[in-house]
Design a protein. Structure first.
Length: 199
């Protein structure tokens, strides 16, 4: 895809900036105690969508069939945080995320608040370096991060990613190229890849 560079330049593909945006390496979701997270719900062509933002940046993007379950999942992920409905200023950010899902060529230029273990951070950074419209296997990701035997752990890190599309775990497939599980449903994974290949 010709415009894939836009995504990575705008959304930061350097490891130092990725960790900068993510706060401290190794911070987990439980460290959101005493903080506020704003969120908004809406609909897109892939179903219901929830976007949440902390004071550092977008901290969750979730897709699903049931808006209420998306909110419950957000509460479960950030049990110590105060969840509040988004205000008018949040609408533009929400629209950017929805726009990116509908047309990946637009790119996604938003600050991210990504927290996880040091290993998860390495996997997620590697995911963000996969060009749009291409796929890679779990074992190739493991090789890229210097842990060739950690294929299962790589799959686990993909499964714990809570930033759909921003951290593109939908671009990871089995070694034979077939689609494997996806937190938000294999059909959505297939459709996201189809849109990227069309762009």
């Amino acid at each position: 895809m010709a415009n894939s560079e836009v995504i990575y330049d705008a959304d930061s593909n350097s490891k130092s900036r990725f960790y900068e945006q993510s706060g401290q390496v190794g911070m987990t979701l439980s460290s959101y105690s005493a903080s506020q997270i704003r969120f908004a719900l809406g609909e897109c062509s892939l179903g219901s969508i929830l976007v949440a933002i902390s004071e550092r940046g977008v901290c969750a993007i979730a897709l699903g069939d049931n808006p209420e379950s998306l909110v419950r999942d957000l509460q479960d992920k950030f049990p110590q945080a105060e969840l509040i409905g988004a205000d008018h200023d949040f609408e533009q950010m929400f629209a950017k995320v929805v726009g990116f899902i509908e047309a990946p060529a637009l790119g996604l230029d938003l600050p991210l608040d990504v927290r996880g273990t040091a290993f998860q951070q390495r996997v997620w950074q590697a995911l963000r370096e996969i060009p749009a419209g291409t796929t890679i296997s779990y074992s190739e990701i493991a090789q890229r991060i210097g842990a060739p035997k950690a294929v299962r752990a790589v799959a686990g890190a993909c499964a714990t990613n809570i930033l759909a599309v921003a951290i593109p775990c939908h671009r990871v497939v089995r070694t034979d190229g077939s689609l494997s599980g996806y937190r938000w449903g294999v059909e959505r994974k297939s459709e996201l890849l189809r849109r990227e290949n069309r762009s």
